[in-house]
Write a protein that binds this ligand. Structure first.
Ligand SMILES: [Zn+2]
Length: 232
């Protein structure tokens, strides 16, 4: 197979999976339960209450045949996960707000300190000029002049180092002033009834594995991780 043929085959594969995903139907009404092996969405037949993968019916030798879970159990599990996620995110946001308040005070203090240091640094520059003038006019010997000049230089570079430290600290503090992202899951801390549409708005997919194991991929996963990272 040439590179071109491979690229063509690849682009076709992408197209196929994309059309299967969106199909022009209201996406919010889809089941969030998904077969981890073929990617098909799972449904329960009216005859019993178990979600299953259609591929497994057609190909009993495929791993899809083992994909099956009690619908009520699966839905209860997702409801529990959503309530838990809401709780975790609300807690994280409270923490974030507290840290924001702290870091705003901290940033103000550090800015003041930085201004003070910059004035001092400017003063050292002035001192060096007058020192040189005294040396030029003969008021100071060369040795004394060089010694004092070295002292001033040292003090100046110390102050500059302190400013650099402050710049580094405020960079960290400023990460907290961005604010928390809007997370719809927070509104469902008390959800008790399974609603397909709500679930589809919160959950990208819930893959069903053998032994009643569910693996959930959240929508807003990046925001969740960012918030938890900021407040951990
Ligand atoms: Zn399958």
């Amino acid at each position: 197979m040439t590179d071109e043929e491979f690229a063509l085959a690849n682009s076709k594969m992408k197209k196929v999976s994309r059309t299967r995903e969106y199909k022009g139907v209201d996406k919010g009404a889809f089941s969030v339960f998904v077969c981890p092996y073929c990617g098909l969405r799972l449904h329960a037949p009216s005859s019993n209450n178990r979600l299953f993968c259609s591929t497994g019916r057609i190909r009993p030798e495929s791993p899809c045949a083992g994909v099956s879970i009690d619908k009520t159990l699966a839905e209860e599990t997702l409801l529990e996960l959503v309530r838990k996620q809401a709780e975790v995110m609300i807690d994280a946001e409270v923490k974030l707000k507290r840290r924001q308040a702290e870091s705003e005070t901290e940033i103000k203090q550090k800015n003041k300190e930085r201004d003070r240091l910059r004035r001092i640094i400017a003063g050292y520059g002035q001192q060096q000029i007058s020192l040189y003038e005294k040396y030029k006019s003969g008021e100071l010997s060369k040795d004394v002049y060089l010694e004092r000049k070295a002292e001033i230089k040292k003090a100046q570079s110390d102050a500059e180092e302190q400013v650099a430290e402050i710049d580094k600290d405020t960079e960290v503090s400023e990460a907290f002033t961005d604010g928390a992202p809007e997370l719809p899951v927070k509104g469902y801390i008390d959800i008790s009834k399974y609603d397909k549409r709500i679930m589809a708005s919160l959950i990208e997919k819930a893959e069903v594995f053998e032994g009643d194991v569910l693996q959930v991929t959240w929508k807003h996963q990046d925001e969740y991780e960012k918030l938890l990272k900021l407040t951990s």
